[in-house]
Design a protein. Sequence first.
Length: 276
Amino acid sequence: MNAHMQKRADRCQGFTLVEMAVVLVIIGLILGAVSIGKDVQRNAEYAKIKQKFVDQWAVAYNSFVQRTGSPVGDNQQEPRLMVNGANYNSNPGPTDVVSGGNMTSADLPNAICQGAKGPKMERDAQTTDAGEVFALRNIMLRAGVRMPPGRAEGREDRYVYLDSNGNPQELQVCFKWNRPATPEGAGNVMVISGLTPDLARSIDQMIDGKPDAREGMFRQQDVNNDSSNAAGVEWGANNAKAYTDTNNANSGGTDTNERQDEDQIETVVAIYKMNQ
């Protein structure tokens, strides 16, 4: 066999074990990088939601209070310093507490939203009149307060993102007042609906330093803050559950552990305590 034939035979022998091992290592590194890249991208999106949407709505709320001297929906001439205070006990009964004390009447003012309340929110949105006086967007615009861009013009209270299944989910912001002894805490709060469990935990970690559904400024709706000096409570949901809306966007839906890859993930409602 001459030299030319020998070289051709050598080229036809295929890869050595070392070469195959190197190729497999490279493939593994590529797959690992892709997987890590997806997590990094999702974490970056969560940070963006917190900074560009949640934080900016807190800034908008505080700006409104500073400019008008009262929370959104309150009566600026005789404020009660509660969200939608202008509609607190609009038709009081003889035993209702309408002012003074702790304002503990069961006739709570409804939430201030843009349109209907968000999914799984417990309190209804304030019914607006023909001029939509108590619509969140109009309240902000009348005070000259700049809102986050949100989803689009006229939908500044909404934000759309992809859950870990790649399905779209929509956040919605409302504001309401919680009376003393409300499970998740009293005072004026921002209500954020449409949060997947991992997004809720991520925002909680960024705001409070740990994902605790019971303590801090960022909490889960209906989780009782009734224990002091005790370990916290995990957010009561996970990404293994699917969200099924049986009636409409405000029905609350039902949760199931039998989640398929194509399902939307269960959502939770968070309460972000305002400082005024």
